[in-house]
Write a protein that binds this ligand. Structure first.
Ligand SMILES: *Cc1c(COP(=O)(O)O)cnc(C)c1O
Length: 436
């Protein structure tokens, strides 16, 4: 707005006054000024409030995941509460000796114990874990990988590219569908190749079926070089000792850290926010000397996590040890009996007078267990209500198929049922029911 415009009789409101008039939206003044300026520039000052609402809606915030995908990548994978009081922490101080300590001495040791490893360290995510292992243990040397495992996990994590970035040289063995231990042995024993590691990468988000063959961990563990297994999904123990009923049937073939190490892998790498159910992190666990070499590599500093993540992982590891699985949101949601979900769905429907109970299939998601379905219960609403649901006070993310919106209860914490009920009441009352 120019001085000249301002001097006219029918001049638009000042940016500042307009910004102040929408202060009740709760945004700080500089953002309100942006919203006001944009509205005035568009010729409709009344849009300032809408602009502010849009800014608030795109901020990072708590949402209700009604998609039925337990580890939803767009929704931050595992639901995990990370909060700490403001205050100092003994992140790198040993309180027993008063000496300088290591941030890797708290949570990682507990996680190592959970998966029966000598040692462990934590980095930012599993991609970092793989990168660090390759750089520290195979920089300038060869790493034997099956052609069936040269995978893309998503978001740019492509095994050949990560390998190139790390400075290790990819040595492909076998074929897409069939690779044998002897294929690895051939390159390891070849005097013309300098193989530092054999690496197994869990296929995670796809399956090759039919005429296939992949060697077991045991068969790869004795080739004369360390075996590193990127299991990705972060199941710590296939026996699931934290679950009173043992492992659910849908976990059947998922590789677990403890068993992979027991079968002879020297190191495993996995994510913190997949089946482990924690914050975004990557864990490297296994042989103490190899873990130490990773920790000492200069990249380790660049990839190290902060105290917030390490604190959350420590809490999570202790919760696993206490076998308090219901305190781990992922496991609590994954294991909820469908009868319980049905009761909750019925109660929400009764209170809001809209929708019907339907059987659904939830999925683990997060690039794990690609063909697995977990029986679940949802609330079906005729029509597409996604826009209205996303603008509820706590945004609700639902899926739509065949012009029906389905809210899957498996991924909704019971403490959010009230918020779900009010959002559905709102839809039933017509207000927001018609998505624009
Ligand atoms: C998911 C996954 C990764 C990437 O993990 P991030 O924690 O997202 O970096 C790497 N490898 C495998 C096998 C995976 O499944």
């Amino acid at each position: 707005m120019s001085e000249e415009q301002q001097s006219k009789s029918n001049r638009p409101p000042s940016v500042d006054a307009l910004a102040r008039s929408i202060a009740d939206t709760g945004l700080p003044h500089p953002l309100l000024v942006d919203a006001a300026r944009e509205a005035i520039a568009s010729g409709d000052p009344d849009l300032a409030r809408t602009n502010a609402a849009r800014m608030a809606q795109v901020m990072l915030q708590r949402v209700i995941n009604a998609t039925g995908t337990l580890l939803h990548t767009n929704l931050g994978r595992a639901p995990n509460g990370v909060s700490q009081e403001a205050g100092y922490r003994n992140l790198e101080l040993d309180l027993l000796t008063g000496e300088r300590g290591s941030r890797q001495s708290h949570a990682p040791g507990l996680i190592a114990q959970l998966c029966g490893a000598e040692s462990a360290i934590v980095v930012n995510n599993c991609a970092s874990a793989v990168m660090l292992i390759l750089a520290a243990l195979a920089g300038g040397k060869g790493v034997a990988v099956s052609r069936g495992e040269l995978v893309e996990i998503g978001g740019g994590f492509r095994v050949p590219d990560v390998m190139a970035q790390s400075g290790a040289e990819l040595v492909e063995v076998g074929t897409t569908n069939r690779t044998r231990a002897s294929d690895y042995a051939k390159v390891v024993d070849d005097p013309n190749t300098d193989i530092a590691l054999v690496m197994a990468i869990h296929q995670s988000n796809f399956k090759i079926v039919g005429f296939t063959e992949m060697p077991s961990t045991k068969a790869l563990a004795n080739l004369g070089v360390p075996l590193v297994s990127d299991i990705g999904s972060g199941l710590v123990d296939a026996a699931c000792p934290w679950l009173p009923s043992g492992p659910p049937s849908w976990l059947a073939d998922e590789p677990a850290a403890k068993q992979t190490l027991a079968d002879g892998a020297s190191l495993v790498a996995f994510s913190g926010d997949k089946l482990l159910g924690g914050p975004q992190a990557g864990i490297i666990a296994g042989d103490a000397e190899l873990v130490a070499r990773c920790a000492q590599h200069p990249l380790a500093r660049a990839l190290r996590p902060g105290g917030l993540v390490l604190g959350a992982l420590q809490d999570l590891a202790l919760t696993y040890m206490r076998r308090d699985w219901e305190a781990i949101p992922f496991w609590k949601m994954a294991m909820a009996p469908t009868s319980q979900l049905e009761q909750r769905a019925s109660a929400i429907i009764a209170a809001s007078n809209i929708g019907s109970v339907v059987e659904t299939t939830a999925v683990p998601g997060g690039g794990t267990l690609p063909l697995v379905e977990i029986p679940s219960i949802g609330i079906a609403l005729p029509g597409d209500h996604r826009v209205a649901l996303r603008s509820a006070p706590t945004a609700i993310v639902a899926r739509v198929a065949e012009d029906t919106t389905t809210l899957d209860l498996r991924t909704v914490d019971p403490s959010d049922d009230e918020a779900m009920t009010s959002a559905l009441q709102q839809l039933a009352s017509g207000g927001a029911a018609e998505a624009p």
